[in-house]
Design a protein. Structure first.
Length: 365
């Protein structure tokens, strides 16, 4: 997977700019708050339809403008693809090769991307929501059926939770089995695919972590909740679990079990990283998970995704910087930093200097 060019118009602090990328390492450098992260954000937005930073579309639009436009041309082993997005304050329109898509599932998988920034420490240090988000974003790019199941599960879950707040208990207990039949079907799809993904992720993350730390620490990754092996068995188990907890859920007013409550267990040296890990340990563990994610994409999609590293190297010590850059190899990488020379280590790269939302050519100051 390779993005050849990126065009931004009225996106964040960019009025209008075109980026040309190479197949290997692309370094976007310049002082802080110049637009490097905004460029990285735009790429990931076209990969997934979501921003790693913004919750609302209007946050992506340049101040004083009514809309933003983003476009990327990419090539993969299946051919070329053009992704375009018109972004308005309360809506957006995304096109793939000129065809408007009706749902986000039709965008996923066209350009696969993995995003890593200092904020990804939340993956290790924060609550289960962050780890579920990591799993959801990764698996959704590889499986449209997973993304569809996730959307439908969340909609039914919302309706089930509304029912649990109903004061007419007769209606509640009569209606719950109807919702649960649908909920369990989608929950089983989610749980099965997460379980398969974690099974692949765990040894790869452990290997990457050993590489980055010279084997000084051991990383263990596993699912906190164990499910049966087949989708049918998972569905049966969840159905029994939901039915056995009706009174608890009614008392609480929400559904207290299911895939929306699952977690990823991350241990460093046998200790829970979220509780006992230092900042440096959490950073290395999160980076190991992201590097492992690259290999899973390579296996299932047949090629590496685009790797977006936003201001990551400044957070790593020199030996780990060297190891990371050496590991990138054939992966197209967009890396943002303040000083390009400090991260190259003699590696040939495409350097792009950014200042005030513009590319500064060599003749410009």
């Amino acid at each position: 997977m390779k993005i050849k060019n990126l065009y931004l118009k009225n996106f964040r602090n960019y009025r209008e700019e075109t980026f040309t990328f190479e197949g290997g390492l692309n370094v976007l450098y310049g002082r802080n708050a110049q637009g490097k992260t905004n460029c990285a954000e735009a790429v990931f937005y076209l990969c997934t339809g979501t921003s790693p930073r913004a919750r609302k579309e209007k946050q992506l639009i340049r101040t004083g403008e009514a809309a933003a436009f983003v476009r990327a041309d990419a090539e993969s082993r299946f051919g070329t693809v053009r992704i375009e997005a018109d972004i308005y304050e309360n809506r957006r329109e995304i096109r793939v090769n000129g065809m408007k898509i009706g749902k986000n599932a039709d965008l996923l998988g066209n350009i696969n991307g993995v995003f890593f920034s200092p904020a990804e420490l939340r993956l290790v240090q924060d609550g289960p929501d962050e780890r579920r988000r990591f799993l959801n974003v990764s698996i959704s790019q590889l499986s449209k059926s997973y993304y569809t199941a996730l959307i439908r599960y969340n909609k039914i879950l919302e309706q089930r939770n509304a029912l649990l707040k109903n004061r007419d208990l007769g209606t509640v207990f009569e209606t719950l089995p109807v919702w649960d039949a649908q909920l369990c079907r989608y929950a089983a799809e989610i749980a099965e695919k997460r379980q398969d993904f974690i099974r692949e992720l765990a040894p790869l993350a452990s290997e990457m972590h050993a590489y980055l730390t010279d084997g000084a620490e051991k990383l263990d990754v596993s699912s906190e909740k164990k499910y049966p092996q087949t989708k049918e068995e998972i569905e049966k188990k969840l159905s029994e679990e939901f039915a056995g907890n009706y009174e608890r859920d009614v008392r609480l007013g929400f559904t207290a079990s299911g895939p929306h409550r699952d977690d990823l267990k991350i241990l460093i040296g046998g200790e829970e990283a979220r509780v006992f890990g230092s900042q440096g340990q959490a950073r290395t563990a999160a980076l190991s998970l992201k590097l492992a994610e690259l290999e899973i994409f390579k296996k299932h999609a047949g090629e590496y995704p685009v790797l977006i590293l936003d201001d990551v190297l400044s957070e790593l010590d020199l030996p780990r910087r060297r190891k990371l850059v050496a590991r990138l190899g054939e992966v197209q990488t967009l890396l943002t930093c303040t000083h390009a020379e400090k991260v190259l280590f003699g590696k040939a790269v495409n350097k792009i200097r950014i200042a005030d939302g513009k590319i500064k050519r060599q003749t410009e100051k």
